[in-house]
Design a protein around this ligand. Structure first.
Ligand code: CP3
Length: 342
């Protein structure tokens, strides 16, 4: 007989096997929690990422407060370029000390032994795997997508917000594609290692892909994204894709064929559900700024999302982007509780 207690609600929901709506929040560890900010007083951000015991503690902090259905490993998308040899600086947000200027700079990076260079993250996942073993909580690993990683790796002086990767793509389309595929290889290797270390679901954050047009997404990003998802799919490893500003890209994001599409708040959830085939689970989509309103407005907006998804057997409640610093804790609590009681 199957021991249903140990089944992970989130994974069951992805397969449309449960009527219960699971809930977790992007960026739920760190940022806004007082106990995280307390730890930050004595440790640098990278120190926290690189100490498996501390990273484990921060990953578990949200679970001690809220009845979320998943724990996301505390780390950052920028640890991969760091592992490739790009030094991080904090002012106070992380930025690379010597951003890439051209293809030659990229080709000088380290591409081998990435797994060994991020072994501390794999150690954190192993610890968390044990912590969650006898629970119905899932463990989430993640990576930045090739395009979003490259956006942070490039020289930004003289540009405003992330025009640099698009300019690079038009100036060197061949090299750009080569870079996307090379980063896709590394991201795949990293995600597979996280799965081996215990991650149940892998989320790929492509935060900046929404700055591309639908046609450019297809031309420049879809092939390398498909390379990542195809490899994970072949191995039956659940993968979620998140793009901020995704509503104009839906038809192409569907073609990346993930198990889960994590959508932003720009459209009502019902609009997204109409367009996304039922074979793909949908995650989202409360605007994180709603959590700064009253408990009553959080309740109303969240109930509206849940009721829009009432017919959908594979909706996962989440925010439309990461939870923001200074978010009032009582509203986070209300958000999570609504999923549990509705
Ligand atoms: O709860 C979690 O999800 C924790 C793990 C996590 C972090 N960053 C920790 C972090 C995850 C999944 C990320 C993803 C991430 N990092 C993304 C994609 C998701 C998104 O929100 O769009 C991006 C674009 C980054 C890059 C990044 N890291 C920026 C722009 C910043 C500075 C602004 C900020 O988020 O505070 C970071 C730093 C960072 N990453 C912090 C945390 C907790 C704050 C560091 C601090 O406490 O000083």
């Amino acid at each position: 007989m199957i021991d249903t207690k140990k089944q992970k609600l989130l994974l069951e929901r992805i397969k449309a096997n449960t009527r219960q709506t699971p809930v977790w929040m992007m960026r739920q560890a760190g940022r806004y929690l007082p106990e995280y900010l307390e730890l930050k007083k004595n440790h640098s951000f990278l120190e926290l990422c690189k100490s498996p015991e501390l990273a484990r503690e921060i990953s578990l902090q949200p679970l001690r407060r809220f009845d979320v259905d998943a724990v996301i490993c505390f780390s950052d998308i920028l640890v991969i370029p760091e592992a490739m040899g790009m030094e991080l600086d904090f002012q106070p947000a992380p930025i690379f000390k010597s951003p890439l200027k051209d293809y030659t700079d990229f080709s000088r990076l380290e591409f081998d032994n990435i797994k060994e260079r991020v072994s501390h993250i794999l150690d954190t996942l192993r610890l968390l795997k044990k912590d969650l073993e006898d629970t119905d909580k899932a463990l989430i690993g993640f990576s930045g997508a090739p395009y979003t990683l490259f956006s942070y790796m490039l020289e930004k002086k003289g540009y405003k917000q992330f025009e640099a990767p698009r300019i690079f793509a038009w100036q060197n389309p061949g090299k750009f594609t080569e870079i996307m595929f090379k980063l896709a290889e590394i991201v795949t290797e990293y995600l597979l290692a996280q799965h081996e270390a215990g991650a149940d679901l892998l989320q790929i954050f492509d935060t900046w892909a929404g700055t591309l047009s639908n046609t450019e997404y297809e031309q420049f990003l879809l092939p390398s994204m498909r390379q990542i998802t195809n490899t994970l799919r072949e191995k039956n490893i659940p993968v979620a894709i998140y793009v901020n500003g995704c509503s104009h890209l839906l038809d192409k994001l569907i073609l990346t064929n993930p198990h889960v599409l994590s959508v932003d708040w720009r459209l009502e959830l019902s609009e997204y559900l109409k367009q996304i085939p039922t074979g793909i689970a949908v995650q989202g989509n409360l605007d994180p700024t709603v959590l700064f309103g009253t408990v009553e407005s959080v309740r109303q907006k969240t109930l509206s999302i849940i009721s829009q998804a009432a017919q959908r057997k594979n909706h996962i409640l989440n925010l439309g982007h990461g939870i923001l610093p200074k978010t009032p804790i009582e509203n986070v609590e209300a958000f999570v509780q609504i999923a549990k009681t509705s």
